[in-house]
Design a protein around this ligand. Structure first.
Ligand code: NDP
Length: 340
């Protein structure tokens, strides 16, 4: 069994990674920002001793020594770095999004190289945001693959939170690959690059106002926010998705079970979706929300759009992607205790 450090254990994706690792008998060291978040995770696993689940506080990702202490927990062999801001409630995209993403990534890589030479693999949660290019999203002849890179630079960001998020993921991922190339540490690197991640929540929320960004649309649909607007919202350029359980599985496979994926970007996606399709799935499966979901004008769909080819990832991981209907149904069922 392996001891794995997972950063940001309070997050939507990380919580699934932690659950999958624990279910497979591995030991998990995870980081959160507050004592309260640590206690919620411990409370969910009263049966586990500190040898199986240990939680450390890392309140500020931008501190150069943010991870110096936690990487020194004895016996960590694999690091899965997921912690990074994913929301658009920012006033300063550089300070609020880009700095924590980039500095958090470089500080953990430095800390591992300095104090945890036994670590053999680091997996960084990147994003389709580091792949997609505004100039080609409407081009039906353009194919995004594991080799595609978002061209955004710091200068393009301005005060736009959306561009800030995209730059945070692109620049953090680039910093990770540059670090490994320039410093030749003992570990190798893998990145996981998912687009919109949907699926059930297993992390610990007090109410739906704390829902993670990629699942917000489902809360909005069933609580009547869509109804108030009278229409299914437009979904923007990110037209592809993947289930959170598959993203977590990709991290676990990449970290622990597939040495051959070292040096690869894993473009994890189940394919295209539309908000109209999600609306149809919700109406079919949740008659109890029919009032909130009826009489909505369909969203406008992009007529022409990019193509994808993630066959390299498919070959490396062999994941049979969870279908959209299952993901949506499991998600809404997981939200029900919080919706009452
Ligand atoms: P969440 O918001 O649920 O999780 C983000 C995690 O990062 C939380 O643990 C959060 O801590 C932590 N975090 C955020 N900002 C900071 C900060 N400034 N300092 C310290 N910790 C911080 O989002 P997801 O689970 O969806 O995202 C996890 C990763 O996956 C991110 O790297 C994101 O970019 C990436 N990703 C997500 C996609 C999606 O659709 N969900 C798609 C592609 C990539 P806290 O709980 O205290 O807020």
């Amino acid at each position: 069994m392996t001891k794995v450090l997972v950063t940001g254990g309070s997050g939507f994706i990380a919580a699934h990674i932690v659950e999958q690792l624990l279910a497979q008998g591995h030991s998990v060291v995870t980081t959160v920002r507050t004592e309260a978040k640590a206690n919620k995770i411990y409370e969910a696993h009263p049966e586990l001793g500190k040898d199986r689940l240990q939680i450390e506080l890392t309140p500020d990702l931008t501190k150069a020594d943010a991870f110096d202490k936690v990487v020194q927990v004895p016996g960590i062999e694999v690091v899965l770095h997921t912690a990074s801001p994913f929301h658009f409630r920012v006033t300063d995209p550089v300070k609020d999004l880009i700095d924590p993403a980039v500095l958090g990534t470089t500080s953990i890589l430095k800390a591992i190289q300095k104090s945890a030479p036994q670590v053999r693999r680091v997996v960084v949660t990147s994003s389709f945001a580091a792949i997609v290019d505004d100039n080609t999203v409407n081009n039906p002849n353009h194919v995004y693959t594991e080799k595609s890179w978002c061209p955004i630079t710091l200068e393009d960001v301005g005060t736009n939170p959306n561009k800030g998020y995209r730059a945070s993921k692109k620049l953090a991922e680039k910093a990770a690959w540059d670090y490994v190339r320039e410093n030749k540490p003992n570990f190798d690197l893998v990145t996981v690059n998912p687009p919109m991640v949907f699926g059930p929540i297993v992390h610990h929320l007090d109410d739906v106002s704390g829902i993670n960004t990629s699942n917000e649309r489902f809360v909005n649909a069933v609580t009547g926010v869509w109804k108030k607007a009278g229409e299914v919202p437009n979904q923007g350029p990110i037209l592809i998705w993947v289930d959170v359980r598959d993203v977590a599985k990709a991290h676990v496979l990449a970290g622990l079970e597939k040495p051959e994926v070292g040096g690869h970007r894993l473009f994890c996606t189940a394919g295209f979706y539309t908000n109209n399709k999600i609306h149809e799935i919700l109406r079919k499966n949740f008659p109890e929300y029919s009032e909130q979901l009826s009489g909505l004008k369909p969203s406008e769909e992009l007529k022409e759009h990019f193509q994808i080819d993630n066959s390299e990832t498919q070959k490396l991981l062999g994941i049979d992607w969870i279908p959209l209907e299952k993901s949506v149904v499991d998600l809404v069922n997981s939200l029900k205790p919080l919706l009452k």
